[in-house]
Ligand binder design. Sequence first.
Ligand SMILES: *Cc1c(COP(=O)(O)O)cnc(C)c1O
Length: 398
Amino acid sequence: MTAAASPATLAVRASLESDSQHGAVVPPLHLSSNYTFESFGVKRRYDYTRSGNPTRDALADAICSLEGGAGAAVTASGMAALTLLTHLLDPGDLLVAPHDCYGGTYRLFEHLAAKGHFRVSFVDQTDPAALQAAFARGPRMILVETPSNPLLRIVDIAAVSALARAHGTLLAVDNTFLSPILQQPIRLGADIVLHSTTKYLNGHSDVVGGAIVCATGDIADSLAWWANCLGITGAPFDSYLTLRGIRTLHARMRQHEESANRVAAFLNAHPVVSRVYYPGLADHPGHRIAKSQQSGFGGMVSVEISGGEGAVAAFVERLQHFSLAESLGGVESLVCHPATMTHAAVNRDALQQAGIGDNLIRLSIGLEDTDDLLQDLQQALDASSHAVTLKSVIAASC
Ligand SMILES: *Cc1c(COP(=O)(O)O)cnc(C)c1O
């Protein structure tokens, strides 16, 4: 594959025409768990699917080339990729993580640290003083999640990379929210990039999977060794579906983003919405950095609506084209209430510190017709403001 190809071309053409037996255009799915030895003591390229599989390797190559890495491992889930990442740490090593990271990531780090696998410090990485103080403690690794989930805070990857280099710290970036189409952290100085391929990379909400891409071959080799040792490599069928999903990634991201831009502008102008979190809005605190390090603002929009629990419930329940479900990045639009759903594993204090309130709602903008989505949001917000009015009438009459 030529290095000069653009992401759309890399994604569409990944491993096409690689079948030497029949000349299949699309690479075949290899489900076999084991492979024969060529003869006594002579191993072929593959022997056992936990250790290596052609279909999974095709997916790893595709993600690796999209991220501009030197090597990649495909894992059974995004959390498996994060588990793999923690195996670069020794007891006593300090890991700096975002204070508002994905709930499952927070839970994993908190509980492994409690068992003494490493030390962890959750830090507001948008605060330069907090970041400096964290680096002064000599961390072995820093994990950045930008845009963050669910508040879409932006961290300057190149600036963190400069600090990390100066302190001998490994920089890992969770790139799930944008995909390599909209952000390529290795080009901004990251050592490692992680994905929950469950989200945009597969994009069809029918696979749970993960991937980890490394800027250097030695870290990639070490992680591939651990992935096999721990038994957390991805399944061939899941890899096949994810590779199929990746072929349309470029076109999907473009449409997700176009609709998200319109949804964010619409919500920003609605009186029931007290706040919109979308990096594409000019008043978003991370707008300038997002514009420089991303090639698009993505398909996730979070909002706070006024009126308390009743208004939130009314809004969520009235939506017809948004399914009330966790996850994101699929073709279908989703609505999520982080405090009771994705971030339910995070304790109340940490939620409050991260700024995740009870009136926060996260939207994953899908590929439905944009006008249909806008109309749906309009009618649900109307229902929500009705719930607010009712509540104040009842309160006033008590
Ligand atoms: C979903 C998600 C994960 C976890 O991935 P799974 O595939 O659900 O295990 C990690 N990081 C981010 C940012 C996510 O959105």
